[in-house]
Ligand binder design. Structure first.
Ligand code: CP
Length: 318
């Protein structure tokens, strides 16, 4: 079993077996993290280019650490000081990276579909690190990995996504992944921030967060995009907090063993109270750790070096 495509553009394009393959492949990579030497030679001689047209703390750093732990060479392009500012097109920038023998290009872009444009025009493997409102597949995969690690399953769980579903690529990737893995998915947030017709994806909508939390196994709280405030999509931050901030009292509506997730960056005291963010139910920092293992698995599987059932004596696929 291998991934069918050279690129990872979205969870929409993965089937359940491919998702399971990535989650399984990530496990031995995670086991490396407790060792004094956290590195394997799997991608020695390969080059990973991080091409981020939008800010990032977690994803860019996580891909860099993942690639380095696989012994790949990593190049980070600072778009603001590159020839992009002189008007170079996305495809020409990509072709320049390919001419330098980039095996992987990890791209974040404000336009949905930008990674797909590169994938169609280049032989390098393209990994979507977040494109507009479309998808953020490695975030979705690390969220699935974290849920499965903590709950021992995904199938049959009820997972609630809270907040700005409309503009959230994290929400889209989570919804595709959770539904393919057999979870029941619910969303809650202001009506202006829930896409119309989302029920057609098999998602339940409940605008009342206290009701939406009933029976929930996992709650994934999305960053409220404060820049949207100018678009008048919600009346005020204060009102948002009144209705949708995840507080300890509100969280009590969920199952007692509820898992609290947030993709980051967090607006503490806005979409999530510090009390909840720092509570034992929260796995926000574990999501970050798991992100490295999942990105190692993605790089490794896309490299075509995967040989099913073959393991080294250290338990890491070769
Ligand atoms: N979760 C996430 O994508 O964070 P960054 O924007 O910091 O990469």
């Amino acid at each position: 079993m291998q991934l069918r495509q050279k690129d990872l553009l979205g969870i929409e394009h993965l089937d359940r077996k491919e998702i399971e393959l990535i989650l399984e492949a990530a496990k031995p990579f995670k086991s490396l993290f407790t060792r004094s030497i956290k590195k394997v030679p799997t991608l020695r001689g390969k080059t990973v280019v991080n091409l981020f047209y939008e800010p990032s703390t977690r994803t860019r750093t996580s891909f860099e650490i993942a690639a380095k732990r696989l012994s790949a060479d990593v190049v980070n392009i600072a778009v603001s000081s590159s020839s992009v500012v002189k008007g170079e097109s996305l495809i020409d920038t990509g072709k320049t990276m390919e001419a330098m023998k980039a095996d992987f290009i990890v791209i974040r872009h404000s336009l949905a579909g930008a990674p797909a444009v590169l994938a169609r025009n280049l032989n390098s493997s393209i990994i979507n690190a977040g494109d507009g409102f479309h998808e953020h597949p490695t975030q979705g995969l690390l969220d699935l990995f974290t849920i499965r690690e903590k709950k021992r399953k995904i199938e049959g769980l009820t997972v609630l996504l809270v907040g700005d579903i409309l503009h959230s690529r994290v929400a889209k990737s989570n919804i595709w992944g959770l539904i393919k893995m057999g979870a029941r998915v619910r969303v809650s947030g202001p009506p202006t921030l829930i896409p119309s017709g989302i029920e057609n994806m098999g998602v339940e909508v409940n605008y009342n967060l206290d009701e939406a939390l009933k029976g929930v196994d996992v709650v994934n709280i999305l960053r409220i995009q404060l820049e949207r405030q100018q678009e008048n999509l919600f009346p005020s931050v204060h009102e948002y907090m009144e209705l949708y901030q995840m507080t300890r009292e509100r969280l009590a509506n969920a199952r007692p063993d509820v898992l609290v997730m947030h993709p980051g960056p967090m607006n503490r005291g806005i979409e999530i109270s510090s009390e909840v963010a720092d509570s034992p139910a929260a796995v926000i920092n574990e999501q970050v750790t798991n992100g490295i293992a999942v990105r190692m698995a993605v790089l490794y599987l896309l490299s075509g070096r995967f040989q099913p059932n073959k393991k080294t004596d250290r338990g890491i696929h070769e």
